[in-house]
Design a protein around this ligand. Sequence first.
Ligand code: 0X9
Ligand code: ZN
Length: 319
Amino acid sequence: MEKMKRENPDVVSSMVYGQTYEERNITLLKIGLRSTKRKKAIWMDCGIHAREWIAPAFCQYFVKEILQGYKTDTKVKEMMKNLDFYVTPVLNVDGYIYSWLNDSTRLWRKSRSPGPVGCTCYGTDLNRNFYANWGTVGVSTNCCEETYCGTKALSESEARAVTDMLGKMSGDILAFLTIHSYSQLILVPYGHPNISAPNYNELMEVGLGAAKAIKAVHGMDYTVGTSPDIIYPNSGSSCDYARLIGIPLSFTFELRDQGEYGFKLPEDQIQPACEEAYAGVQHIITYAHDKAFYSSAATVTTTLWTTVMTAWVFSATFL
Ligand code: 0X9
Ligand code: ZN
C-alpha cells in the first residue's frame, strides 16, 4: 500500500479507519483523480474471511490494474475523474496473519477476539456480525463454530470500522463489492430468505452481465443469485448491510475455484482468477458509473430540450 502511494502520489492516498482486536490498523487506499466536483465512490473490501487468500490478492491486482488503466484506457480515466475507489485489501488483518502462521491455522476464517465468558474458543465470523437481520438465520451462537455471529451485532471492531466508514460515505457510494472465495458466485442481497432487494431485477441483470464478462476471459462459469437461492441463507453480512443502508449495487464475489483446491488455490491460478474477476468487477463499475453520470446527463439534456421546445411552441402560437 505504501508503494502504491509512493509511486502514484497524485491519485493514491490511504486512510486508517479502524483497528482490529489485536490493535492492527485497518487501512484503505483511496484512488481517484483530483476533482473540484463532488465525486461518487466505489467500495471494495477483500479478506474479511482469513483463509480466502485469493481475495486480498485480487484487491492488489485491482489496484494495479486501475492505476495502469487510467494512463492507457480512456474509460478507466473517465471513471477515475468521476469516482473514487475505496479499497481495503485486507479487512480481517488478525485472522489473515494467523492463517499464515502454520499448516494448522491455514484454514482460519474468523476474527481473533476471544469468546465470551465460559467459552474457550476464539473468533467471530465477521460476515455474520453486521447489523442486517443479525443473528436470525445461517449463524451459530456457539463461539467454537465457524459461523459464530458474536454476542451482539457489531461486537467486533472490524465490523464496526466498516459500518462507521460506510455510514459517513453511504450517500456517495454507487457500488459495494466484497470479495471472498470460493465457489465462483456473484451473490446479491439479501441473505435472509424472507426479504428481497427493491432493485433485485437490476442486481440480477448487472450480476449476469458480470458473469458473462468473466466467462469471456478464461471460460469460467460464475452463478448469480441471492445466497438463499444458490447456497444457503445467512444474516449479518456486510453485503446485506450495504444494501439496507441504501447502497444500490451491492455484491459478494466468491472467486475460484469450485472446490477442487478450495481455499488453497494453487499459485498458477492466482493470475487467471484475478484477470477474470477484474472483468466482472469492471462490468459492475462501468454500469454504476454510466448510470450515475450519463442518465443524469441525459435527464439534463431532456429537460433543456423540453424547455426549448415549449418556448418554441409558445412563441409559434402566440407571437
Ligand atoms: O458465508 C459467507 O459469509 C459467504 N460465503 S463464504 O464461503 N466466503 O464464507 C457468503 C455470504 C453471502 N451473503 C450475502 N450476500 N448475503
Ligand atoms: Zn468468505
